[in-house]
Design a protein. Structure first.
Ligand code: HPA
Ligand SMILES: [Zn+2]
Length: 338
């Protein structure tokens, strides 16, 4: 199965670019930018990644982002991720970035977007990997901060396809951002939101009904509510599930207990994604492998995760058709052997 997964075409829809900062690059940028970090070696950084929930991860994750200062840093970060995409046969990726993590430290919005965007353009030309950019609001910050971040994005509207919502779900429900998402929709942005990661199924309903999302990020708590499961199956509103993230942050005790196979079997449009691969120990192929090792899924079912992600992506129908054909041809050539 490993060889099949390695070559399987993939589409990533839930990836925080700040979460691709590998300890080695963190060290190099800390040295280059003369930023102090409280670790002596990349191995010591990795040893500190012992998370027990979302918040314990976020505290370390925001600290790590302090080494990102110049446009070149954002370019280097994004380019390193895109090279991993190439290795993992990722055809298309939709990338989150958290401007507030940077603008609150005095880094200009344009520095962040331009650095990331230069790497995305280069990847399209040199690696044949297409991409989109989604700007997230940090939900632990207030509504006013989200409104001013939205205004900052307007000059870059041609580079940003959608608006998302991340950071601490508990205590920061979708309702807090209802008005700013309304404004974003008026401006013509698509919307997505993290919901039902650590929070209840109600947050998924509220993300759909109040924030008018086109996809739910995570969404695994939907299985607490049979009515919601049926609504998601009927509407085919996609869930961007992140298996290794969920086990590292103890949303599930083990991969064997993950509900991703159950969601797929119930007919939901579920996808596999890496979230913050440098922190959770795996990129796209690693996530597929972890799922396939723990749960009884066939080659066609694993391929369905890619087909779902193609439908759930924010690209045009022609590009979707090309990716669908490539993926189906791969499955046909490498069908399940009984
Ligand atoms: O999994 C996540 N959840 C919420 N916020 C995040 N920011 C990066 N990763 C995550
Ligand atoms: Zn996430």
């Amino acid at each position: 199965m490993k060889a099949f997964i390695s070559e399987l075409p993939k589409v990533e829809l839930h990836l925080h670019i700040e979460g691709t900062l590998e300890p080695e690059l963190m060290f190099e940028l800390a040295r280059r930018n003369k930023v102090d970090i409280p670790f002596d070696t990349p191995e010591a950084v990795r040893a500190a990644y012992d998370f027990h929930n979302l918040q314990s991860f976020l505290d370390i994750y925001y600290q790590g982002a302090n080494v990102l200062i110049h446009e070149q840093d954002f370019f280097d970060l994004t380019w390193a991720y895109l090279l991993r995409c190439q290795q993992d046969n990722v055809m298309h990726t939709e990338i989150f970035f958290d401007p507030q993590t940077h603008t609150d430290r005095g880094v200009h919005f344009s520095t962040v977007v331009n650095g990331i965007q230069m790497a995305l353009s280069q990847a399209e030309k040199e690696l044949g990997i297409s991409s989109q950019l989604i700007m997230c609001f940090l939900r632990h910050l207030d509504e006013d901060a989200a409104f001013s971040t939205l205004e900052m994005a307007l000059p870059y509207k041609d580079k940003i396809v959608g608006i998302g919502l991340d950071s601490s779900e508990q205590g920061n429900p979708p309702e807090k951002f209802k008005r700013v998402f309304e404004r974003a929709l008026e401006y013509g942005f698509l919307t997505v939101a993290h919901a039902g990661e650590e929070g209840p199924a109600q947050n998924i309903y509220d993300a759909m009904d109040m924030l008018k999302v086109s996809r739910i990020d995570h969404g695994v708590s939907c299985s607490q509510d049979a009515t919601l499961m049926n609504r998601l199956a009927t509407s085919q509103l996609p869930l961007t599930v992140c298996p290794l993230s969920n086990t590292r942050l103890k949303v599930f005790d083990s991969m064997e207990q993950h509900n991703i196979a159950a969601l797929l079997h119930h007919g939901l449009c579920v996808t596999i994604n890496s979230d913050d691969p440098a922190y959770f120990g795996g990129y796209m192929t690693d996530n597929f492998n972890a799922v396939a090792e723990a749960l009884p899924l066939t080659r066609s079912e694993l391929t369905q995760f890619t087909l779902n992600a193609i439908e759930a992506s924010f690209i045009n129908d022609d590009a979707k058709a090309v990716m669908r054909e490539r993926t189906q041809a791969y499955l046909t050539a490498n069908q399940d052997v009984e």
